[in-house]
Design a protein around this ligand. Structure first.
Ligand code: CA
Length: 550
């Protein structure tokens, strides 16, 4: 029997009453605000140093006025940390609310895939009545589940003329990825804006990931600006930092002149004729000048740093415009009144600190990630928060906001009380971290550790066994390992105890680390591209003691 065709007037009135109750209307007919919508904007590798709301030496030279609007309308977090500072694993942690060793996505090696059969905050939001969507870079492999709508880049995706995958298949869009992803998101918002169903949409950008290709509207915008160099650009890794000294991610030796810095005669891959013309008009003269001046030594490092940061910040400028476009649309459509806007990055990034680009380390630039949240009527505008929060907490927070039950096996904690201005007295005072992807191209040793407000304790392992301790108040740039300094004996003992407890709390252990090493070695043996991964860390580094081939 078809219910719709057999409703009498009386039964229809009854059903409306039931529906009104479900939607939150009380018997007094006073409407209750529906669950808030959530727009979760995330970029890829966006350093907090490149967001002007965080201040710092780049803020005035390369402002991000639109991202800053989220801070002035809401809350900015100074201590948002990630559990494993690399793209895929961070995204897996956010979706699952679990550490890498629990959700199974521990590194970004070639065939890494997130197990989408497991529970995620998106699936839980669906259960509680939300419409969910993801647009842009997901970078988890496989077919996403938990989303009513998806339109995502395959893998890393391209900056120019990106391909997308939706349930109908793969297709290409002419244009610049950051702008295309924004337009798709605004279109999706316009389609759901009048729906009674609350939504959660993730607009996840590809930018400003390596190799930092600025869009047609931002090309060359910073070529006349000289950015200040970070004080540690020429870090020599003294200070008892054995693992850091083995790195292969310096601007000096690892960053490439052609692919990364666009100093090349070869046409840029993936751009059409018109786009190439604009591209060459900017990079051609810079390349000619570079060939003429031919800098070497420290001057070459300085040249590379400026080129890198100019391109990186131009990519960020497009992301900032994207945020502005979405915020403007929310206002125009009236959605702003009941929509939470979250801005974050999958991790932080080095903009020349320690001489580096990239991420991975538990040092502050890559451990910390930007987080800004606005929520009209709930978050007090202009709030600065210093609590230690984590990307482990995002999912739980969204579920709490939605009034959904938080699954007990999620390992984070809802930040809802913090958003309301009341940090619980038992909020975490220390954060646990674990990075796995080694041996791999940047030669960052596997490590885990604990960070508190004042100290950081790290254990590097695999074919190294090094403990590091940093006094973050005295040494905020983390240049001197004081692990063996007797003055820190008590601090060290206390941190070890806290670290052991966190490992028990989060179900991590040395035997799990060993299991992941065995699995990793099996995996990389099958990949002929990475023969050299069999080498020891020291031999690996010898390969990179000469500047990379340009
Ligand atoms: Ca990333």
């Amino acid at each position: 029997m078809n219910l719709k065709l057999n409703l009498s007037k009386n039964s229809l009135t009854g059903l409306i009453g039931v529906a009104a109750t479900i939607l939150g209307c009380s018997h007094t007919d006073k409407p209750v605000a529906k669950q808030p919508n959530i727009i979760f904007i995330m970029s890829d590798d966006h350093a907090y140093q490149a967001i002007s709301a965080y201040g710092g030496p780049l803020a005035k030279l390369a402002p991000t006025p639109n991202i800053d609007r989220i801070a002035s309308d809401g809350m900015i977090f100074n201590r948002c940390m990630v559990t494993n500072s690399i793209c895929g694993p961070s995204r897996a942690t956010i979706l699952s609310g679990k550490y890498s060793h629990v959700n199974g996505f521990i590194d970004n090696t070639a065939d890494a895939k997130f197990d989408f059969t497991q529970n995620t905050f998106a699936k839980e939001l669906q259960k509680t009545g939300y419409r969910t969507a993801v647009i842009g870079k997901l970078h988890l492999g496989g077919v996403p589940t938990g989303f009513d709508y998806y339109d995502i880049l395959p893998g890393q995706g391209r900056y120019y003329n990106p391909q997308f995958i939706n349930p109908q298949g793969q297709y290409e869009v002419e244009g610049y990825a950051t702008e295309v992803i924004t337009d798709k998101t605004v279109k999706w918002l316009s389609e759901v804006k009048d729906s009674k169903q609350p939504f959660m949409v993730m607009m996840w950008h590809k930018a400003p990931h390596r190799s930092w290709e600025p869009g047609p509207n931002e090309l060359g915008m910073y070529e006349d600006v000289t950015f200040p160099e970070p004080p540690t650009l020429f870090d020599d890794y003294s200070g008892a930092r054995e693992a850091a000294a083995l790195n292969n991610m310096t601007i000096a030796n690892t960053m490439t002149m052609d692919r990364d810095l666009k100093m090349s005669d070869k046409p840029r891959f993936g751009l059409n004729e018109k786009q190439l013309e604009k591209w060459n008009a900017v990079y051609g003269p810079i390349y000619e000048k570079y060939k003429k001046t031919n800098p070497t030594g420290d001057d070459l490092v300085r040249f590379k740093y400026q080129r890198y940061v100019r391109d990186y910040l131009a990519c960020v400028a497009a992301v900032d415009k994207s945020v502005g476009k979405v915020l403007d649309y929310l206002k125009e459509s009236g959605l702003d009144k009941n929509t939470i806007v979250v801005y974050s990055s999958d991790q932080g990034f080095y903009l020349g600190e320690h001489g580096w680009f990239d991420k991975r380390w538990m040092y502050k630039e890559s451990l910390n990630t930007p987080l800004l949240i606005s929520w009209p009527g709930v978050i007090k505008p202009g709030t600065v928060n210093n609590d230690i929060v984590s990307n482990l907490d995002f999912g739980e927070t969204f579920l709490d906001i939605a009034g959904a039950k938080i699954p007990e096996d999620m390992q984070g904690r809802s930040m809802l009380p913090i958003l309301k201005g009341q940090t619980p007295s038992d909020w975490r005072k220390a954060h646990y971290y674990h990075y796995y992807e080694h041996p791999s191209e940047h030669n960052v040793m596997r490590h885990y550790g604990i960070t508190t407000d004042k100290y950081k304790l790290i254990h590097f392992y695999y074919d190294i066994d090094e403990w590091e301790l940093y006094d973050l108040e005295k040494d905020p740039m983390e240049m001197k390992n004081v692990y063996n300094d007797q003055a820190y004996t008590e601090v060290r003992q206390d941190l070890h105890k806290q670290l052991d407890n966190l490992r028990i709390q989060y179900h991590d252990s040395d035997s799990l680390s060993k299991k992941f090493i065995d699995e990793y070695n099996e995996k990389v043996k099958k990949n002929p591209r990475i023969e050299y991964w069999k080498l020891s860390a020291k031999d690996m580094q010898k390969l990179f003691t000469q500047p990379a081939k340009q």
